[in-house]
Design a protein around this ligand. Structure first.
Ligand SMILES: Cc1ncc(COP(=O)(O)O)c(C=O)c1O
Length: 408
C-alpha cells in the first residue's frame, strides 16, 4: 500500500508553488523527482569519500571504488543479471543504445536488417539509422495499429534470418503501451537475431528480470527512477559484451598500451573509458534501494489506480481524445495519458495549465513517427508517479477545462 502523503514528504520539490499555485508535477516520463535520501547521498559522497576510482591505493580511492562497485552489484541484483560485469554504467539510455549500435557496425553487411518499432523514442531510431547508413544494412519498422500497439502478425512476417538485431522499447514513452517483449525476444532468437530492450520507461514502474526475458541488451536511465541525471545502465549478456568492440578508447578501458598495440581490459571496464560519473553511479544504487523499499508491486498497483482515475476523469471533458491502448489491466498500459482537445493546439493548453501550476509535457515527445501516424502535431502527456495523487488529477482536469474555455 502506498501512503502518498508520507511519500510526498520525501520529495522536497513537491511542496513548492509554481506561478503562485501548488506544483502538480505530471512530467514524470521525462524525468522523475528526487527524494531527500538521494539528494543527501550525492552531497555525502562529495563530503566524505570523493576520489577517483580503480586507480589509487589510498583510502579514499578504495572507499569510492568499493561504493561504486557495490552499486553495480546492487543493480545486478535488481535486474537479475547473472554477473555484475554484465552491468555497465553509462550516462543514460541514449548512451547505452549508441554503444551497442556503434559496436554492431563490425557485424553488419549490406542486405542485413535492423528492426525497430513504430513506437520508438528518437534515441532508439536515430543510432540505428546511422548504423544502417554506415553498413548498408536496411532499417525495417514493425508497424503499429490505431490503438498504439505493435501489430504482432506484422512482426512475425517481418522478422527473418536477415534480421540481425531487433530493438524495441519495453514501454512507449509517448503512449504508455507495454510491448509484448518476452514473446518478441523469443521470436527474434528463433531467427538468430539479437534483441535490445529500451527500458527507459519501464524501469520507473517495474523491476525487469533480464534472465527471465533472455534479452541480449537492456538499457535504462537513472534520472527516470529517482536517481541523478547523467546516469544509466547498459546490461549486456556476457557473450555479447565480449564480442562487441569497445565504444570509446582511453584510460581505464585498457589492459596494456604501447604505440604498437593496445589490449583491452576485462568486462565491464572495456566499456567504461575515462573517469565516470562516480557520485551518480553510487547514488543510482541509493535510488534503487529507495524504490525497492516502497516495493514495485505497490508502485505498479497505485500508479494503475491513478491511470484508471485519470482516464475516467479526463474523458468527462467533451472533445478530449486519448491516444494509446485502452486501460484494461496492469500489463496493457502504464501510467501515461497522452491526449488532445479537439481543435486546440496542445502547446496552447500546456502553456495555460502551466500558469495554474501544472507541469505536463507538450509536443511530439521525441517520437515524431507516432505523431505522424496519428497526423497530429503532438499531444499533452500527463505521466503519473507513485508520489502523485487523485487530488492532483482533479486539479489537472479543472485546469484543462479552463484552458478549453479560454481557447474555444
Ligand atoms: C523510451 C525512451 N527511450 C529513450 C529515452 C532517452 O533517455 P535519456 O534521455 O535519459 O538518454 C527516453 C527518454 O525520455 C525514453 O522515454
Amino acid at each position: 500500500m502506498i501512503d502518498s502523503q508520507k511519500i510526498r514528504a520525501d520529495f522536497p520539490i513537491l511542496s513548492q508553488t509554481v506561478n503562485g499555485k501548488p506544483l502538480v508535477y505530471f512530467d514524470n516520463a521525462a524525468t522523475s523527482q528526487k527524494p531527500q535520501v538521494v539528494i543527501d547521498a550525492e552531497a555525502n559522497y562529495y563530503k566524505e569519500i570523493n576520489a577517483n576510482i580503480h586507480r589509487g591505493v589510498h583510502t579514499l580511492s578504495q572507499l569510492a571504488t568499493d561504493a561504486y562497485e557495490a552499486s553495480r552489484h546492487k543493480i545486478q541484483q535488481h535486474i537479475n543479471a547473472k554477473f555484475s560485469h554484465e552491468v555497465l554504467f553509462t550516462s543514460g539510455t541514449t548512451h547505452g543504445i549508441n554503444l551497442v549500435a556503434n559496436g554492431f557496425a563490425s557485424f553488419l553487411k549490406p542486405g542485413d536488417e535492423v528492426m525497430v518499432s513504430a513506437l520508438e523514442h528518437h534515441s532508439n531510431i536515430v543510432p540505428w539509422q546511422m548504423l544502417c547508413e554506415k553498413t548498408g544494412a536496411k532499417l525495417v519498422v514493425i508497424p503499429m495499429n490505431e490503438t498504439g500497439e505493435l501489430i504482432r502478425s506484422e512482426y512475425e512476417r517481418l522478422v527473418s534470418d536477415k534480421t540481425k538485431i531487433v530493438t524495441v522499447n519495453h514501454i512507449s514513452n509517448a503512449l504508455g503501451t507495454i510491448n509484448p517483449i518476452k514473446w518478441m525476444i523469443e521470436k527474434a532468437h528463433e531467427v538468430g537475431a539479437a534483441v535490445l530492450i529500451d527500458g527507459a520507461q519501464a524501469t520507473p514502474h517495474l523491476k525487469p528480470d533480464v534472465q527471465d526475458l533472455e534479452c541480449d541488451f537492456y538499457v535504462f536511465s537513472g534520472h527516470k527512477i529517482c536517481g541523478p541525471t547523467g546516469t544509466g545502465i547498459l546490461y549486456g549478456k556476457e557473450a555479447w559484451l565480449n564480442k562487441l568492440p569497445p565504444y570509446q578508447g582511453g584510460g581505464e578501458m585498457i589492459a596494456t598500451v604501447s604505440f604498437e598495440k593496445t589490449t583491452y581490459a576485462e568486462l565491464p571496464h572495456k566499456f567504461e573509458a575515462g573517469t565516470p560519473n562516480i557520485a551518480g553511479g553510487i547514488v543510482l544504487g541509493t535510488a534503487i534501494d529507495y524504490l525497492n523499499a516502497i516495493g514495485f508491486d505497490n508502485i505498479a498497483a497505485y500508479e494503475h489506480e491513478l491511470l484508471e482515475y485519470g482516464t475516467k476523469r479526463l474523458l468527462e471533458i467533451e472533445g478530449l481524445k486519448i491516444y494509446g491502448p485502452e486501460v484494461s489491466g496492469l500489463t496493457q498500459k502504464t501510467s501515461v495519458i497522452s491526449f488532445n482537445l479537439d481543435g486546440i493546439h496542445p502547446y496552447d493548453v500546456g502553456t495555460i495549465i502551466d500558469k495554474l501550476g501544472i507541469a505536463v509535457r507538450t509536443g511530439h515527445h521525441c517520437a515524431q513517427p507516432i505523431m505522424d501516424f496519428f497526423q497530429i502535431p503532438g499531444t499533452l502527456r500527463a505521466s503519473f508517479a507513485f508520489y502523485n495523487t487523485k487530488e492532483e488529477i482533479d486539479a489537472l482536469v479543472e485546469a484543462v477545462k479552463r484552458a478549453q474555455m479560454m481557447l474555444s
